[in-house]
Design a protein around this ligand. Structure first.
Ligand code: PHE
Length: 510
């Protein structure tokens, strides 16, 4: 700000260093100063053209712990020599060890000192041969401690002796700039009323505008990647004439999650290992009218479900087991959004009753829960993308065609279909696509045509056909954002920075 002068500190030290040597290397001249501080000072100076600099990569030598001991206490051989020289008349090996206090140092040092002819054996004593020695190793290490480098031969030798390690570091090569001076002229950042009144503006130096400066971070709110991909899917569904199903209720009765979908009560999916059951309250009320003008006959529907499970109906022989209403009323965390699709189709059935036959297209994208062991690709909760199409005259070929069109909207072409099994659809198909990035065919969804045991029990007309399909939201999101561990996407390990920084997503459409 105007008036204050801040000409001291690191920038000035850099200028002073440059007046003695040009260029200088920051890693030598300012070895102790953090990289960021140097960079900030250099930017300040170079914006005034007082210096120019470039970043260079350099190999630096750092002392191993043993080398640090040598710098403070001397090399092993020098310590041996000192001990022997100090003792008049020489030392025995045992006394030498005692004197030095480190067996290893005494042993290694003797070897070197003998070789250098600093000491010799005299009877059972060791005596010195010279009056003084040059502790070359210590001197070399001292230089390295200070400058972090030495002649290549010295570096190579000390590295071989495991006294050094080499590491790559960044450094700045700094030279004088065209406006080099030993003083940093104060630059005004604002033209003030006082400057105009006093006329001081005429001689003031103004700081130039920095048109390259980036704006300050705004820390705006950010959508979670799953929500971004969800938004893209929603857009595709809306484009194709679908309406969104109400899926905000995570707890369902077993009735809507399983029984309405013709899933028998002994089905393994209903086991505790696969489904989370609610313990309080344990049970739902019997399905019944949801509003005063809900004219549907729930008693008839429940009776139909019971009959179709127990004895069969609508041309089906059923499962032939005693169906329990109590079991169907147990509360679960929904294991799929198909529970909501079932309730929506039952609602649709009452609309058909008047003889009108509106084709229906429903979708939902929401959370489901499965009692699974957690690993890099599985969590106990995830999101399902689900679609349902009800119309007269639909065929399996039509479902495959629809899937091709739907997935092409997110850039997935040449789908493969594999026969599969769902209790509520027949036929059922798993959908596969070749994934360029992974270089293999991966499963992308599950689909089928809902069974008459499910639809006719609801009161839907015989010849109405209903497609259903479901896929996960997490997998395409992980692929889009290059995430390999699902726990980085969902749950308590999510990095909020990642959420804030990741870009908008666009599914590659045709
Ligand atoms: N509910 C199935 C699943 O969880 C998906 C699906 C929905 C399959 C509708 C067929 C029909 O994988």
């Amino acid at each position: 700000s105007a008036g204050s002068s801040s000409t001291g500190g690191l920038p000035l030290e850099i200028l002073q260093a440059l007046s003695k040597a040009d260029p200088i290397l920051s890693s030598e001249t300012f070895a102790q100063v953090p990289f960021e501080s140097i960079k900030a000072a250099l930017d300040r100076l170079s914006s005034r053209s007082m210096v120019t600099y470039q970043q260079v990569e350099r190999e630096e030598a750092a002392l191993e712990p043993e080398a640090e001991t040598i710098v403070s206490h001397g090399s092993h051989e020098a310590r041996v020599f000192d001990a022997v020289h100090k003792a008049m008349g020489g030392l025995s090996i045992q006394d030498l060890e005692k004197e030095i206090g480190d067996k290893n140092v005494a042993k290694l040092g003797q070897g070197k000192a003998f070789k250098a002819k600093w000491i010799k054996k005299d009877g059972d004593k060791i005596v010195s041969l010279v009056d003084s020695v040059d502790d070359v190793t210590r001197d070399q290490l001292r230089t390295i401690q200070e400058k972090r480098t030495h002649e290549p031969k010295v570096i190579a030798d000390l590295k071989k002796r495991k006294l050094l390690k080499l590491q790559k570091t960044f450094s700045f090569k700094i030279s004088k700039g065209p406006k080099f001076a030993l003083e940093i002229v104060m630059e005004e950042t604002d033209l003030t009323a006082e400057m105009l009144a006093s006329g001081s503006w005429k001689t003031a130096t103004f700081k130039p505008y920095n048109f390259n400066a980036l704006g300050a971070d705004q820390h705006a709110g950010a959508l979670h990647p799953l929500n971004k991909v969800r938004q893209e899917f929603r857009q595709i569904f809306f484009e194709m004439g679908f309406t969104e199903m109400p899926t905000s209720q995570f707890v369902e009765s077993g009735f809507w999650n399983f029984d309405a979908l013709f899933v028998p009560q002994q089905h393994p999916a209903r086991d505790l290992q696969d489904t989370f059951y609610v313990s309080d309250p344990k049970k739902a009320g019997r399905p019944g009218p949801v509003s005063p003008d809900d004219g549907r006959d729930y008693d008839e529907y429940l009776e139909n479900v019971k009959t179709v499970h127990e004895n069969g109906k609508y041309g089906s022989i059923g499962y032939r087991y005693p169906w329990s209403e109590d079991e169907s009323l147990r509360l679960v965390l929904r294991t799929h959004t198909t529970a909501v699709s079932a309730a929506m189709l039952f609602k649709l059935a009452s609309e058909y009753r008047g003889g009108s036959s509106p084709p229906a297209r429903y979708f939902s994208i929401d959370r489901v829960f499965r009692n699974e062991s957690v690993d890099a690709t599985h969590l106990c909760e995830f999101h399902q993308v689900e679609g349902v199409i009800a119309e007269f005259g639909l065929t399996l070929g039509g479902l495959m065609d629809f899937m091709e069109i739907f997935f092409a909207k997110m850039g997935l072409k040449n789908l493969k279909f594999k026969p599969a099994y769902n209790p509520y659809t027949e036929p059922s198909m798993e959908i596969f696509s070749y994934h360029e990035g992974l270089g293999k065919i991966i499963e992308i969804g599950n689909s089928g045509m809902f069974r008459p045991e499910m639809l006719e029990a609801m009161g839907l007309p015989r010849n109405l056909r209903v497609y259903g399909f479901g896929l996960g939201l997490e997998r395409p999101t992980m692929i889009k954002y290059g995430i390999s561990n699902i726990r980085e996407l969902l749950g308590h390990q999510v990095d909020l920075n990642f959420i804030e920084k990741n870009p908008a997503v666009r599914l590659d459409k045709d």
